[in-house]
Design a protein. Structure first.
Length: 755
């Protein structure tokens, strides 16, 4: 192929790699009619791959490349010599200076030269005698093409000579196997500004490394254009809209053939590179990468990160996947809720959002009354009227009967519509009008949040959904516990995150956090009152109880004192709390303020989550973890000590979520209010309206940065209405000479627990 005698001129039209090759050396040039120009093969490349992919500094590396090429061409491709030169030439981005690079190459050349000399010497010493003339002639004859006669005088046959082959015609640009080893990598570097203007920097690095490892071999194209693998990937990209993404974000290169049906090398390489970039962009977005840092970009209370996969891992897996389009789709969330939301999105876009019912306004309607609206309400709630009335006559559809009354009450309780009675009110009409009220934007925002959730929620886990004020326990995909909760207020939001429940505490103390000490206890203490004693709080310093009135609170830091509420019937934490240590210091707990669970919007706490039936929650968790029954749990409550910590044998995942759209057990999508504004922020981010997002920060207590007086007066600066006592109420109390308690009476009595 390339093993002609030294000094033999290259045939006209021969492949550019048909160089002068020493007789007896192994040629690197292995092209032929069957060579696949755009895929890796088992044949060795013409030149060492490390020499053929220099992403930058082409002019400065010209001498180094030429030197390496010369060394390998002269000395051949074999064993340890090739390995030595490989270590030097594989460096795509040499950190050393030019002089050192040349020095390395010269040293390698000397090493290989010595090795070659020793090889020749060993070969010569093996020949103890010259071959006979007849043998020499026979060997030479074998080396010549059969169409030529052997010359009268011949030189001794070289060792391990290969038969000479006729020169091959030069391949066209579109079928040259040079593309396999050089073109993609060089194209990436030469066009990086154009290619990577909007691409992720991680994608650029991943593709550069990927194609270097493949020696530039193409993945999506061959001499005939796009491969079947490319068609599979392009199909997945075009289907992105059906998965809550935007297909317009993933450009598919338009690869056009020349009039003769061939494709130019530049067009093939451009299509190869751009399709790889689009595939990586799709993979990143499918994992939630459109909003890479929700705590910084949206709200500090959204403590989640997209479940991203390294771009190099994605492209490597794509290269080996049997169905490459299916692999891309497999990166979408696999949660049941995500799929139900997706199906709702498809139905909405196809016009299948259900019949819109418009119930006009009017007075309240109680059961037993008649109204033309009754038939509409019955239709909206899907309640079938009876065939006949109590008197046996045909049923009057304007009559508000008991069956419809039960359906109305159940609907109002489920949706949190107050009051939870069967009376038909304006709030009920508003909820029933316009179908289910699920918009495309709401579905997309909630689907995006599912991309941030862990891939594996756990076989048994606890989940809180803030917008519908519910805590649920899920076992093997089925809800085994469902109860109402109270969450954080708008000013003191419950954060969104996941962690592991490790401890359940029965008969707990309420350890007052620093934020409440500084912002809510300190003003009352400075005013000269003793709110701690009146509210049953205890103050300790170094394990010893002290009186709060004995301290000068203008000179002392209240954070250095331990303040807690002992276990009792009025304890803010009730009889049990559930701990899952986290950076936000929030948890689930009982509360003596049961009345708040009847409110439709239950955002009253300081961030912690109060459970309406916490003992049953403890029973479910401990039955799973320890196999305990209800009797064992009740015994702990009655006979156990204070602060009785029960460590779980296996930590249980806890997921605090914020989904304003959720599929119920029957698959119907429920809609909830956006109380914290997270849905709006996500919607703006997906639309690219970053400058319109009101990014919220989680408040921190830092008295070292701001004086205590500023904390005590902060509610006036912020026009904050603390615990039901406005600024005017505060001033009126001062005028009447009553002791100022910072609103603690209202705090403990109306919103007891405050957590």
């Amino acid at each position: 192929m390339c093993a002609g005698p030294v000094g033999r001129p290259r045939a006209t039209g021969a492949h550019p790699c048909h160089h002068h090759t020493p007789v007896g050396s192994t040629s690197l040039c292995r092209s032929g009619p069957s060579a696949n120009p755009l895929s890796l093969s088992t044949q060795k490349p013409r030149l060492h791959p490390g020499l053929l992919h220099f992403p930058g500094r082409q002019k400065r590396n010209t001498f180094a490349i030429a030197s390496c090429n010369t060394v390998i061409r002269r000395l051949g491709w074999s064993g340890i010599e090739a390995a030595a030169i490989s270590k030097i030439c594989k460096l795509r981005r040499w950190k050393v200076n030019f002089v050192m690079r040349v020095s390395y190459l010269v040293a390698a050349g000397l090493l290989l030269s010595c090795s070659s000399i020793s090889t020749v010497y060993a070969a010569n010493t093996e020949q103890t005698s010259e071959p006979s003339p007849a043998a020499a002639v026979g060997t030479e004859t074998a080396m010549q093409p059969q169409s030529q006669a052997a010359p009268a005088e011949t030189a001794p046959a070289p060792v391990a000579a290969e038969p000479e082959r006729a020169a091959e015609p030069a391949p066209s640009v579109a079928t040259s196997d040079h593309l396999v080893y050089t073109q993609v990598g060089r194209y990436l570097e030469a066009n990086k500004k154009k290619l990577f203007a909007s691409a992720d920097i991680g994608d650029r690095e991943a593709l550069t490394q990927f194609y270097a490892a493949r020696m530039g071999a193409a993945l999506w194209v061959d001499k005939n254009g796009y491969t079947q693998d490319a068609q599979s990937v392009m199909s997945a990209l075009k289907d992105a809209d059906n998965w809550g993404l935007r297909s317009q974000d993933y450009k598919i290169p338009d690869l056009k053939a020349a009039p003769d049906g061939s494709y130019s090398l530049d067009d093939l390489t451009d299509a190869e590179t751009r399709l790889s970039l689009s595939a990586l962009a799709y993979a990143r977005d499918a994992r939630g990468g459109r909003i890479v840092n929700p705590p910084e970009q949206l709200s500090a209370y959204l403590d989640r990160k997209p479940q991203l996969i390294a771009p190099r891992t994605v492209i490597d897996t794509l290269a080996t996947a049997t169905d490459k389009g299916a692999y891309l789709k497999s990166l979408q969330p696999k949660h049941k809720q995500f799929e139900l939301l997706r199906q709702k999105l498809l139905a909405l876009r196809s016009g299948g959002n259900g019949e819109t019912i418009n119930i006009p306004g009017g007075a309240n309607i109680a059961p037993g009354k008649r109204s033309p609206q009754i038939a509409l309400i019955r239709k909206a709630l899907k309640v079938t009227p009876p065939q006949a009335g109590p008197d046996g006559k045909p049923f009057d559809e304007t009559f508000y009967d008991d069956d419809l009354a039960r359906a109305v009450k159940a609907y109002k309780v489920e949706k949190g519509i107050e009051p939870p009675t069967p009376t038909i009110t304006t709030a009920l009409r508003r909820s029933l009008n316009g179908g289910d009220g699920i918009s495309e934007a709401k579905l997309l925002a909630n689907m995006e949040e599912w991309r941030w959730m862990p891939d594996d929620l756990g076989d048994f886990y606890v989940t809180v959904n803030i917008p519908d004020f519910k805590v649920r326990v899920v076992k093997d995909g089925e809800v085994v516990f469902d109860e109402r909760i109270v969450t954080g207020s708008v000013n003191r939001q419950t954060p969104v995150f996941s962690d592991m429940m490790r401890t359940i505490v029965f008969q707990p103390r309420w350890n007052v956090p620093d934020s409440i000490k500084v912002k809510e206890l300190l003003p009352g203490l400075r005013a000269g009152g003793d709110p701690l004693r009146r509210q049953g709080l205890v103050m300790e310093r170094n394990g010893r109880r002290i009186s709060a009135t004995s301290i000068n609170w203008y000179r002392s830091d209240i954070r250095n004192f331990h303040v807690y509420q002992p276990p009792s019937g009025g304890n803010a934490l009730g009889v049990v709390k559930f701990l899952f240590p986290n950076a936000h210091a929030v948890y689930l707990h009982d509360t003596p303020s049961k009345g708040l669970f009847n409110e439709s919007v239950r955002a009253f706490s300081h961030g912690c989550m109060r459970v309406r039936n916490p003992v049953q929650l403890a029973e479910v968790v401990l039955a799973q973890d320890k196999g305990w029954d209800k009797t064992a749990v009740n015994d702990l409550l009655k006979n156990g000590p204070e602060e009785n910590e029960i460590a779980l044998d296996r930590p249980i995942p806890v997921h605090i979520t914020y989904f304003t759209a959720r599929a119920g057990d029957d698959g119907a999508i429920e809609s909830f209010g956006d109380i914290y504004g997270h849905e709006k922020r996500i919607t703006l981010a997906l639309a690219g309206k970053w400058n319109q997002i009101d990014v919220t920060k989680e408040p921190k207590v830092t008295p070292d940065d701001i004086g205590f007086d500023e904390y005590a007066d902060s509610r006036r600066r912020n026009n904050d209405d603390w615990f039901g006592m406005s600024d005017n109420d505060d001033r009126d109390r001062r005028k009447r000479g009553k002791k100022y308690d910072g609103g603690l009476n209202n705090f403990f009595q109306k919103v007891l627990g405050g957590l």
